[in-house]
Design a protein around this ligand. Sequence first.
Ligand code: AMP
Length: 358
Amino acid sequence: MKTLPPGSTIGIIGGGQLGRMLCMAAAQLGYRCFIYAPEDRGPASDVCAGWVQGDYSDADALAAFARIVDVVTFEFENVDPAPLRQIAANAPLFPPIEALEIGQDRVREKSFAADCGGRTAQWAKVDSKADLKRALEAIGTPAILKTSRFGYDGKGQVRIQALSEVDAAWKALSGAGTLILEKMVRFAHEFSLLVVRDQRGNVSFWDAPENVHKDGILATSTIPAAPEVQQQVPAARALARKMAERLNYVGVFAIEFFASGDGPVFNEMAPRVHNSGHWTIEGAVASQFENHIRAVVGLPIASTKSTAPQIEMRNLIGADADKWLEWASDALSHLHLYGKDDPRPGRKMGHITRLGGL
Ligand code: AMP
């Protein structure tokens, strides 16, 4: 393992807000970031040192990109992993492609979590209407039908309250590839774990935020989480550590859990920095973005300790960002805007982080 010196160039696959915040953290440490993305610009373009426009499926262009940078990482995981192998052949790539492959397939990620000793919602793979009917009879209602691949922010999901809804649910999602039926988990709280593992195998966790979703999209992340959540954090961390070690993971990854009456239930993992970790920019000694950069360049990870007793991150979705002047006028809040000009409903435009109890 060799530590890349400041001045080295980090390639990032994807140029959205996660890329933007990674670029800013990298610049602070003296590194330069080049983005590879299919669009001609994006939230990261204001702050990156270079932008290469190319398709995620263009293996030759990805290989050429890998040759002009010193290390590559990604901020967007809904890409076909096969062409990314061209990157790994030309530059170090962190985290490993296997983490991406598992994380983009709900069937694989649930199986992997269970193999590592985690608990998941009862689930079944669904490839036909007959499978769906059988699965619903076995699992019962309420249940939730999801696309196994390429779903995010609650997209590609249908809730099923009764067996009579089979036809409608099948109609809504058939054609979207393999589906997965999950039993609705009864939970009082949702939380996530943000984990970082460096190239020496050291693992650190930030405080676990309690997350509230609205319409399938993260609305708020709060520290400290409710006491019932905190009781479940050690078991969840043991699972996360095992998953990170089995994958020989390098960088930040996030796992979302339901805090059920019987302990933590694994929901999904993201092999990248995560929206529920945005609070770490001001709320922790080193943010998820800084530690991800540290891990991929071969530096030791810095402290993940929280810097305030109470922290709240709130997403600014769609028209929320129109009130930017109001948010900016709250002297105790840190306002982050991602430079997006089209505030479509459901689109993440920015976030605010408020530290309390200081
Ligand atoms: P996901 O895209 O899987 O994270 O789902 C988005 C949100 O839908 C989750 O954060 C939960 O609030 C809810 N949800 C998803 N799956 C389940 C489930 N099996 N049981 C209960 N709620 C769920």
